[in-house]
Design a protein around this ligand. Structure first.
Ligand code: 3PG
Length: 306
């Protein structure tokens, strides 16, 4: 089979070599499309492949329509909001993710951003410490749990909200379960976002939640920009000169926020949560193995469009 590795943001060389090795051992061939600048290149590249490995690359209905031989798409990573699941399902294409494989990299970045914001973005000035502060975790999945663990190492009190997670999981970690989303935000000095972008969550974090946070609170977003109500966030930061926002996914109004709020706002130049050699290797190799296994045995364990 032909497996297309379509990564606008390329994987580390070590990960690419590992993906090729797994593919060749399974009798497959890897076709590369890295750092592509426009969608037409993707549309051309998918024409005669049976499988695609992607990162945040967008697999829309027209990409699926342009790939008549396509059987499987694996998102090397966690979030699959970049794949049109309905279009894939309609064409009988299996979509998978590789949950947990890049979580540690994202969790480390989230904590790093908290320190960065607490210490005046590493510029001269008096900062604060994470120790003793309450760390709120919105969604307690693979990344959220690791952020909580790291936060505990800093001496933070960890509080989390996730209606899908069993009480035993919170108890096992010694993490307090917030009563509601409102309760979580009202008590968190640092709020780390780990919710996916879904119809329900898009635009759900805005003025009311932000203005309910304690004095001097910081929101850290290593999840998705779509979950933020950007106008509501800007309004909250205007009214509350103590609020801070650090994000790994630059908002549409990044320039406005940077100008208005200076060191109270920070956005990475390009999403870098999963940009470590380790995360690339973990997620890339898992993607390649899942594809090889799918073709060899029909295993669909990580399918997300069932
Ligand atoms: C994920 O959902 O796994 C992360 O958002 C990583 O995205 P990336 O592969 O584009 O870095």
């Amino acid at each position: 089979m032909r497996i297309l590795l379509a990564t606008e943001k390329p994987f580390a060389a070590e990960a690419v070599a590992g993906i090729k090795k797994i593919a060749v051992e399974g009798g497959h061939e890897v076709v590369m499309l890295e750092k592509y600048a426009d969608k037409q290149q993707l549309l051309d590249a998918v024409k005669d492949v049976e499988a695609i490995i992607i990162r945040s690359d967008k697999i829309t209905a027209d990409v699926i329509a342009a790939a008549p031989k396509l059987k499987i798409v694996v998102r090397a990573g966690a979030g699959f909001d970049n794949v049109d699941l309905a279009a894939a399902t309609e064409k009988g294409v299996v979509v998978m993710n590789t949950p947990g494989q890049n979580s540690n990299a994202v969790a480390e970045l989230a904590i790093g951003m908290m320190v960065f914001m607490a210490r005046t973005q590493f510029t001269p000035g008096t900062g604060t410490e994470l120790k003793g502060k309450t760390l709120g975790i919105h969604a307690y999945g693979n990344v959220g749990r690791l952020v909580g663990l790291l936060g505990k190492g800093f001496g933070m009190n960890v509080l989390a909200f996730d209606p899908w997670v069993k009480d035993e999981v919170f108890a096992a970690d010694g993490t307090e379960k917030a009563a509601s989303i409102a309760d979580l935000y009202a008590r968190s000095n640092y709020l780390s976002l780990h919710i996916p972008a879904t119809a329900e969550t898009k635009g759900s974090i805005g003025y009311d939640l932000l203005t309910s946070m304690p004095k001097g609170a910081t929101l850290v977003n290593t999840a998705r920009k779509e979950v933020i109500d950007e106008a509501g966030l800007a309004k909250a930061m205007e009214e509350r000169a103590d609020l801070k926002y650090a994000t790994d996914i630059a908002p549409e109004n990044a320039a406005e926020l940077a100008e208005k709020f200076g060191k109270r706002f920070f956005a990475t130049a390009k999403k870098m949560g999963a940009e470590t050699a380790e995360a690339n290797v973990n997620a890339g190799l898992a993607a390649a193995s899942q594809i090889a296994d799918f073709f060899a045995t029909g295993n669909v364990k990580f399918q997300v469009n069932k």
